[in-house]
Design a protein around this ligand. Structure first.
Ligand SMILES: [Zn+2]
Length: 105
């Protein structure tokens, strides 16, 4: 985490710290002198994308690819979950009309 150490507005070097915000692990750093905190830009971006779609219902169509059914995930959801191409997600059925998609991140 080389980028997590930076100079605070008060002039003191910050110390790397892992923040827990709304269930997210957010990398960042904190100033030992004034207590100001700084978040990793990538993690902060993902948190903001998550906040945009949290509690929203996103629609997706079911398509066919060979003998499999395919559901395309909306890009907002992909950004919020930090999904990468080729990544494996875990599907579970949580009710008669509900599927949960879980990531390792
Ligand atoms: Zn400071």
């Amino acid at each position: 985490m080389k980028k997590e150490k930076l100079k605070c507005v008060c002039g003191t070097w910050t110390k790397p710290k892992m923040f827990r915000i709304e269930g997210f692990q957010v990398r960042g750093s904190e100033c030992p002198k004034c207590g100001e905190s700084y978040l990793n830009p990538d993690d902060a971006y993902r948190l903001s994308e998550y906040r945009k779609i949290k509690d929203a219902v996103l629609d997706a169509k079911v398509a066919m690819a060979g003998n499999s059914f395919v559901v395309r995930l909306p890009i907002e959801l992909v950004r919020a979950m930090g999904l990468k191409k080729g990544e494996t997600v875990h599907l579970s059925v949580s009710g008669p009309h509900e599927v949960v998609v879980r990531t390792d991140g």
